[in-house]
Ligand binder design. Sequence first.
Ligand SMILES: Nc1ncnc2c1ncn2[C@@H]1O[C@H](COP(=O)(O)OP(=O)(O)OP(=O)(O)O)[C@@H](O)[C@H]1O
Length: 262
Amino acid sequence: MEGHATAVDLRDVMIRFGEFTAVKSMDLTVGETEFVAVVGPTGCGKSTILNTVTGLLKPAAGDVRIFGKPLAGLNDQSGYMLQQEGLLPWKTAQDNVGLGLVFQGRSVEEARERARPWLAKVGLRGFEERYPHQLSGGQRKRVAMAQTLIMEPRIVLMDEPFSALDVHTRRLMHRILLDLWQADRRSLIFITHDLDEAITLADRVVVMSAGPASRMVGDVRITLPRPRDVSALQTTDEFVALYREIWSLLGAEVEKSYATQK
Ligand SMILES: Nc1ncnc2c1ncn2[C@@H]1O[C@H](COP(=O)(O)OP(=O)(O)OP(=O)(O)O)[C@@H](O)[C@H]1O
């Protein structure tokens, strides 16, 4: 594992909703500068795992440690970016980016001051005064990304953040995310259905089995050198070999999941 310290350490975690066992036994470790993607069939418990890392869900069994300490209550070291970006429609891009700072008690002026360079970092200089409905889907995602990262969480959690975007915009988002992450490496857990996306971005791809009662079935190190050229990468022999290796694990689980949902 990369990174000197372990940021997230889930050991034999079981998550239940009443009588329903969503996750039977999950082990997941993520280093403090490591980018880990989690893939698995629909309903296997990927979001459930992220919610466990945030402290929103309590495991029925097992251990959750954040930077070595057992997680009690909410994880105040994590920042969460969801699939639905949740921008406030009545606030401008810069006020949406600064929202977390205002919640923390900073003045609106200070929040705006600090939001502006973040908008520039995600390529939205000049868009400060736009409202969410005046932005494209990809631009709204960039605002949401800045809104998460401005808080400088030590652990960044992303739940299918780009799944609603077209393939070109998604690739642009990959480039922006990798540039930001490489400039200031954090522990990052990225949930996706898209194996190309997982391999393009991550240091490791963790594969979960079909649910219910899912578990980890694979943990593959992505040896592709960084910095990565997201447009050229996917046709390289190394990428294709990694895709095959991981799909040999994931494909079987996806088939199982189809079989139970027919
Ligand atoms: N609050 C809840 N109450 C009951 N069951 C739940 C709850 N939240 C999730 N589940 C169930 O737990 C399982 C895992 O859900 P989760 O949303 O984590 O899956 P996922 O892998 O993120 O799915 P997808 O890929 O479709 O987004 C599913 O069977 C889901 O129906």
